[in-house]
Design a protein around this ligand. Structure first.
Ligand code: NAG
Ligand code: NAG
Length: 462
């Protein structure tokens, strides 16, 4: 792999997921976004749902955080919502919107959260960013999380004592004045606390309670369907499968370049990995053996998904094509074109009849699996293939009636294909921002929740 392309890919990944670059705001670029092609049904262009489009400020509800929220997840029953912001995670009761848990176990920025199917265990994954130098995957038992929190608070007490001892010694030695103590104590205490936390992390890694690596993105699931396995990326080219109950390593899956997506098949028997080495690999979930390598893509592979019945695997590629292979035979069943830019987000309908995919240039297309026919096309009107038009978080609602996605400038778009209705929720910050955060449907498919760049998490009723 050309190192320049590799470096550019990483820079891009970092730019689009982490950094939010304020751009100069083109006048009149606000809602609704101009389209050259909209969703339609029976030749009729999609209509606005009542009171649409809307903008920030008109949401049904919002939560505000001290840092930018990055990742969201509902538990399987939909009674809890996890929000990561900065190095912390908070878990809310969705009926009262009261905070249930505060999870402080990272020194890197938490960019992935996910509940185990049992609703009791929980994963958080952090990434290295700025001076937050850590890539770590942590497994929590939420029943014990309150205990862990006490331990964490204990660390700040210890740091306070250590800082006070140190400053006392410095004064006794005649090195520091009372003014120095006053000026430096807070920073010293913070530094000691960070050092202690880092030592705690190293200890947890030694005892297999935390894992050095990252949770895969682009539609990846950390847990297999019944939660017996979990996956993370250790170094760029290797994905690790752990037995969730014991947190012991089962096997490793390797590529010759960075892995972007990992997921288990719905029956839990096959694991798929999608990589920048232009291949997709299928692995036996019991033995860890490589079953098959799926090639054909002419560029880096990104998002992947098994079809709900597990017979197909779809992968979006940097060559602007979505490849669909038969899992059993390895035969290429479809290659869907018409995208501009890479394809880094895709979603099957819950019944598996349709596949939606979104690209880097503001294109969303939906294909019928039985015929390979394109049935929907949504295209931003622009000759520019610019980063603000990247589509992310494309997903069908749990009931399959609505398709939702985000654009890199923070917009949320939702379409109901049966009613031919659309919603658009626009950001109204003093600038456009590259890099959107997470978007999730509630379990009833009646609300979309968006983590936004102004440190708010917004709830939009549909
Ligand atoms: C979580 O912790 C509780 C309380 O210690 C324990 O009873 C339970 O078995 C734990 N659950 C798992 C899945 O480890
Ligand atoms: C989870 O699924 C795997 C793969 O099908 C199976 O081998 C395992 O027994 C299942 N575990 C549980 C706890 O159901």
């Amino acid at each position: 792999m050309n190192p320049l392309v590799y470096a550019a890919g990483y820079l891009w990944l970092w730019l689009t997921t982490m950094l939010q670059l304020p751009l100069s705001q083109p006048a009149g670029s606000r809602s609704p976004i101009p389209l050259s092609h909209d969703f339609e049904k029976d030749g009729q262009v999609a209509k606005w749902a009542p009171d649409q489009p809307q903008a920030w400020g008109e949401e049904s509800f919002k939560l505000n955080f001290g840092d930018r929220p990055a990742a969201l997840a509902f538990n399987p029953e939909g009674s809890l919502l996890a929000v990561s912001f900065g190095t912390e995670v908070e878990i809310y009761d969705t009926s009262s919107l009261e905070r249930r848990h505060l999870l402080q176990g990272h020194s890197g920025i938490v960019t992935h959260v996910e509940f185990h199917p049992d609703g009791q265990r929980f994963i958080s994954g952090s990434e290295r960013m700025g001076r937050n130098m850590e890539t770590l995957v942590r497994v929590w038992n939420l029943t014990q999380a309150e205990e862990e929190r006490k331990v964490t608070h204990g660390l700040s007490d210890i740091a306070e004592k250590a800082a006070s001892t140190a400053t006392h010694e410095l004064v006794l030695a005649g090195m520091w004045s009372a003014e120095d103590v006053e000026m430096e104590t807070a920073a010293l205490q913070q530094g000691i606390e960070e050092t202690l936390r880092a030592a705690e992390t190293r200890r947890d890694v030694r005892h297999d309670r935390a894992f050095v690596g990252t949770a895969a993105k682009f539609g990846s699931h950390t847990f297999s369907h019944n939660g017996s396995l979990m996956f993370y990326i250790s170094e760029h080219n290797t994905a690790v499968a752990l037995e969730t109950s014991t947190l012991t390593e089962k096997f490793r899956m390797s590529h010759s370049d960075a892995i972007m997506w990992v997921g288990a098949s719905p029956d839990g028997n096959v694991v798929g990995t999608s990589s920048w080495d232009r291949t997709v690999r299928l692995w036996d979930a019991h033995s860890g053996e490589l079953i098959r390598t799926l090639a054909g893509s002419k560029n880096q592979n990104w998002a992947g998904s098994f079809s709900p019945d597990g017979t197909l695997i779809a992968v979006g590629s940097g060559d602007s094509i979505v490849y669909v292979w038969n899992v059993e035979t390895g035969e290429l069943v479809h290659h869907f074109q018409g995208f501009r830019g890479w394809v880094r987000t895709l979603s099957f309908t819950p019944d598996g009849a349709f596949l939606a995919a979104g690209s880097g240039s503001g294109t969303v297309q939906v294909f019928e699996m039985a015929t390979g026919r394109r049935v929907q096309q949504w295209q931003v009107k622009s000759v520019h293939i610019g980063p603000v038009f990247e589509i992310s978080d494309l997903q069908y609602s749990p009931d399959g009636t609505k398709l939702a996605f985000k654009m890199a400038d923070g917009r949320v778009v939702v379409y109901d294909g049966e009613e031919n209705l659309k919603w658009e929720f626009d950001s109204v910050e003093n600038g456009m921002y590259i890099g959107s955060q997470d978007l999730v449907f509630n379990t009833a498919s009646s609300i979309v929740v968006s983590a936004d760049s102004d440190k708010d998490v917004r709830f939009w009723k549909l």
